[in-house]
Design a protein around this ligand. Structure first.
Ligand code: DGL
Length: 276
């Protein structure tokens, strides 16, 4: 299919599963004219406990799939994949690609007053030290304290967004960061914006929470403008504006998706990602 205008092409967004929908939600809010093709790797989730090689291989396959959908840009809406694979992917494709780590790191660096930033995420993201690298590229004197919070992902997926069990676990994870006296905390995993109020309650009002999903959508908008890829017009009526693909469990995916996106996701198609 030939497009007259590249600006009308969709944005490709991917994640290890459902979490990247927090990024999709922000893109829908901030740049509502854009079409989106989303892929959630629900068959191979979680990425957070897998090796860099595996996550990079998975990410490559997904990028190849998204390119078959004629996307004009790609958003790696997964912190772990951004941490492990973005540098490689950037070298391999000729359309713009952004991850969620850099935008979050940039805003946190601007927000901190006492120079102490906390980062919570998967074991992979925190272990990679990627947030520290980006933050210290901008302000080398800033101290970055990482804390892996692996139980948050299943708690969010079980819908326990506001629940005493989540409060208890969050308290255990976060007390160390409170003791250190951070004043800024990056929600460095796709799922964490959904438990923002729990985290905020525990950290207290004086700690600024940074949501990379929000910052990524902002950065995507700027990038599209700069590269003259920003779609100025809403897609014509009847266009399939938002399309969702998964590698397994379409029904469960849709249930979760509809609990966080108020758009009404009617279908998700299962594809065999190993073919790409
Ligand atoms: N999407 C992942 C991330 O943001 C969390 C879930 C997983 O471990 O795959 O790091």
């Amino acid at each position: 299919m030939e497009y007259k205008d590249r600006r009308e092409l969709p944005i490709g967004v991917f994640d290890s599963g459902v979490g990247g929908l927090t990024v999709v939600r922000e893109i829908m809010r901030q740049i509502p004219n854009e079409k989106i093709v989303y892929f959630g790797d629900t068959a191979r989730v979680p990425y957070g406990s897998k090796s860099k090689d595996t996550v990079t291989r998975y990410s490559r396959q997904i990028v190849r799939f998204l390119q078959t959908q004629q996307v004009k840009a790609i958003v790696v809406a997964c912190n772990t994949a951004s941490a492990y694979a973005l540098d490689e992917l950037e070298k391999e494709i000729d359309i713009p690609i952004i991850g969620v780590v850099k935008p979050g790191a940039k805003v946190a660096t601007e927000a901190t007053r006492n120079g102490r930033i906390g980062v919570i995420g998967t074991a992979g993201t925190v272990g990679s030290g990627i947030y520290t690298t980006y933050i210290q590229q901008i302000r080398p004197e800033v101290e970055v304290i990482g804390k892996a919070c692996p139980l948050f992902v299943p708690l969010v997926e079980e819908g326990l967004w506001q629940d005493p069990v989540t409060d208890e676990i969050a308290m255990r994870y976060l007390s160390e960061l409170i003791d250190i006296g951070i004043d800024t905390l990056i929600l460095g995993c796709t799922h964490y914006p959904l438990i923002r109020s729990t985290v905020g309650k525990i950290m207290g009002e004086h700690v600024t929470l940074v949501n990379p999903a929000y910052e990524t959508a902002r950065e995507l908008k700027e990038l599209l403008m700069e590269q003259e890829l920003f779609n100025p017009m809403p897609p014509s009526l009847g266009t399939n504006k938002y399309r969702f693909f998964v590698s397994d469990g379409a029904q469960r995916f849709m249930q979760f998706a509809n609990s966080i996106i108020k758009y009404g996701i009617l279908s998700a198609k299962v594809i065999n990602i190993e073919e790409y």
